[in-house]
Design a protein around this ligand. Structure first.
Ligand SMILES: NC(=O)c1ccc[n+]([C@@H]2O[C@H](COP(=O)([O-])OP(=O)(O)OC[C@H]3O[C@@H](n4cnc5c(N)ncnc54)[C@H](O)[C@@H]3O)[C@@H](O)[C@H]2O)c1
Length: 276
């Protein structure tokens, strides 16, 4: 399948996801929920995959009520292969197709390498890298069966490009996501599947609020208590950390036909952090 040329398409249709079906993992909160909202606003039906039934139902109801699109909540632990397969099966049986899959669910615990057990390493990688791989594979299988291609979007991190004390498992997992994105893009381009990544810096989310409270996060950032955000902001050319919608707008660009000739890249949405 050769990438279509949209030169003659008007801007509103290029930005639209109308008639399409998208899945967002970790979609009940933080960056995932912001992505789900922008996708729904652009007309996509949305499936929210997250850990708890009440969370996914609430998010799905909010999306269909606010944006008037079909939305479905599916309880899914991305670490469990059979649950990811069931998520994709349910998506296609309930909504008829799959156009975009966002691998957003991720954890970012701090643990100095000298204290890290093999089990803790595996816990991070089972979600952040192994889970992402399985979801990519299952999404691609359904996109290929549908014959229309699609977009897989992996939420990486600036930690996919840089090292960071106290976060070796996380950093390694996100470097893995950046590499996986390139490899799968090369493997599935001929099927019309684009695979892209986004690398945020610090984004204010419920998970990040908890992370900042932990004493260990100060060590990882080389700061004292309460000053992680201050230190990061001081190094950002654009002067502030991210809010979830900063990431969601770029996710919409990636999932839409605006980015039709892009695949394999991981876009830094980082307020300029990577300039240094
Ligand atoms: N917030 C940041 O500063 C930041 C920076 C760079 C990258 N990221 C990446 O962005 C993504 C989202 O981060 P966030 O800050 O919005 O996180 P968050 O903790 O605020 O939200 C994550 C969501 O994922 C869900 N989740 C957790 N484990 C899951 C599992 N096993 N299966 C399914 N769902 C699960 C949680 O219930 C939650 O709703 C992560 O991949 C993270 O690594 C975040």
């Amino acid at each position: 399948m050769i990438a279509p040329d949209f030169s003659a398409s008007p801007l509103p249709s290029l930005m639209s996801l109308s008639g399409r079906v998208s899945v967002v993992t970790g979609g009940a909160g933080g960056i995932g929920l912001a992505i789900a909202k922008r996708f729904a606003e652009a007309g996509s039906s949305v499936v929210i995959a997250d850990l708890q039934q009440s969370q996914v139902d609430e998010a799905a109801q909010m999306l269909s009520h606010t944006y008037g699109v079909p939305a479905l909540g599916v309880t899914t632990d991305v670490r469990v292969e059979q649950e990811v397969i069931a998520l994709l099966d349910r998506t296609v049986s309930a909504l008829g197709r799959l156009d975009a899959f966002v691998n957003n669910a991720g954890i970012y615990p701090v643990r100095p390498a000298l204290e890290m057990t093999a089990d803790e390493w595996d816990r991070v990688h089972s979600l952040n890298l192994r889970g992402v791989f399985i979801a990519c594979r299952e999404a691609a299988r359904r996109m290929i069966a549908g014959g229309r291609g699609g977009v897989i979007l992996n939420i990486a991190s600036v930690s996919g490009f840089r090292g960071r004390p106290g976060m070796s498992a996380y950093v390694a997992s996100k470097h893995g996501v950046v590499g996986l994105t390139k490899s799968l893009a090369a493997e599935w381009g001929s099927e019309g599947i684009r695979v892209l990544g986004i690398a945020p810096p610090l984004v204010s989310t419920p998970g990040m609020a908890q992370w900042q409270k932990s004493e260990r996060s100060q060590t990882s950032s080389g700061t004292g208590p309460g000053s992680v955000e201050k230190l990061v902001t001081a190094n950002l050319p654009l002067g502030r950390i991210g809010v979830p919608d900063d990431i969601a707008r770029v996710a919409l660009f990636c999932a839409s036909d605006l980015s039709a000739l892009m695949t394999g890249s991981t876009l830094a949405v980082d307020a300029g952090l990577m300039c240094y």
